[in-house]
Ligand binder design. Structure first.
Ligand code: NDP
Length: 324
């Protein structure tokens, strides 16, 4: 099968990927953008975004991403609903395989973002996949827990944001944090601490998710969460907390598996770029957004780094005589 060739391929459609596509398209580079498994990225699973400049009344995450998509398409970027499954950065041009086809590219912008982390205690990820009452996305699944008692694990902004949002549905939200102090911003803490539907469990770690077999209306048997076994990290006794739902909000991991062994990463898997730029160690490969940023991780910083990647890419192509 003949591979389709493009000057610029962009992997990812979060704020970084779309902004890179916008700049590359306006520079007449006709970029090809692969959507990946989560079109629109992490903002599509949030609600109100209040800190993206230009929206004085805030904007819904999915709406913001839809606007970006249309803006990018207006300038001729092509967006394909394909997921990259392999990238060979040792070849020139670079070789890219998706779940649907084969491509080559002179330059590559990686904007694959990051995904929610699981606790690694066995059952959490498994139960989330089979509708067992565990989730990493309150806006996606909060509705299913109307009138139920649930728990949220984590002490950062994500955990408090999710927990606060979930109080709209749940009868009670138990926030479980492994320390006695939250990591979240002061504003977020103040809002959460005065929410009457929230109960804070300090110095507690989930040791085990306890489940039961439940029959669905269609007669199917599914394993559902019924309680959490909690360890006291300050040395107190173990306790059991009955809950019907669990939201895991303990941070994110970068989506860099495709590039293992090809690009330099830090110890947690984030791509390394040359300071003050989007350039990786491989000329012609650029990285933008959460995939290379474990510090700021904001939509606006991702968009900014997407812009940097497109400009770096355009200059590199021009230097190589590949821009025309
Ligand atoms: P963070 O890394 O900031 O916080 C992760 C939290 O989970 C920490 O409290 C951490 O505990 C806890 N944790 C980590 N691993 C485990 C584990 N294995 N078991 C139990 N607890 C664990 O991630 P967030 O996703 O909360 O935030 C990421 C970034 O995004 C931050 O910069 C944040 O400010 C930003 N953000 C901003 C928002 C906004 O402004 N509206 C909304 C959401 C996120 P410990 O504290 O002990 O390390």
């Amino acid at each position: 099968m003949n591979a389709t060739h493009r000057k610029v391929v962009i992997i990812g459609t979060g704020p970084a990927g779309y902004t890179a596509a916008l700049y590359a398209a306006r520079a007449n580079l006709a970029p090809l953008v692969f959507e990946g498994a989560q079109p629109g990225g992490q903002l599509t699973i949030t609600t109100e975004v209040e800190n993206f400049p230009g929206f004085r009344h805030g904007v819904q995450g999915p709406e913001l991403m839809e606007e970006m998509r249309h803006q990018v398409q207006r300038f001729g970027a092509e967006i394909r609903a394909e997921t990259v499954v392999q990238a060979d950065l040792g070849a020139r041009p670079f070789r890219i395989a998706t779940d649907q086809g084969a491509y080559t590219a002179d330059a590559l912008i990686i904007a694959t973002g990051a995904s929610a982390k699981w606790m690694g205690i066995g059952k959490d990820e498994e139960l989330s996949r089979q509708g067992g009452g565990v989730s990493a996305c309150a806006t996606c699944d909060g509705f299913f827990f109307r009138g139920k008692e649930i728990a949220v694990v984590g002490g950062g902004d994500t955990a408090l944001e999710e927990a606060t949002y979930l109080t709209k549905f749940a009868s009670r939200v138990n926030l479980i944090h492994r320390r006695d102090r939250l990591r979240a911003s002061k504003a977020m803490q103040e809002r959460a601490l005065k929410n009457e539907k929230m109960v804070f469990h300090w110095n507690k770690a989930v040791e085990e998710i306890l489940t039961e077999q439940v029959q669905t209306p269609s007669g199917e048997k599914v394993e559902k969460i019924r309680a959490l076994r909690l360890r006291d990290t300050a040395g107190g006794p173990e306790t059991e907390l009955p809950v019907q739902g669990l939201f895991v909000a303990i941070g994110h991991k970068p989506n860099t598996e495709l590039f293992a062994g090809q690009l330099a990463m830090d110890e947690t898997g984030y791509l390394q770029v040359q300071p003050g730029s989007s350039r990786t160690a491989i000329p012609g490969v650029f990285a933008a957004g959460d995939v290379q940023d474990h510090v700021y991780r904001q939509a606006i910083t991702a968009a900014g780094s997407g812009c940097m990647a497109a400009i770096d890419c355009e200059r590199w192509l021009a230097e190589q005589g590949l821009a025309e």
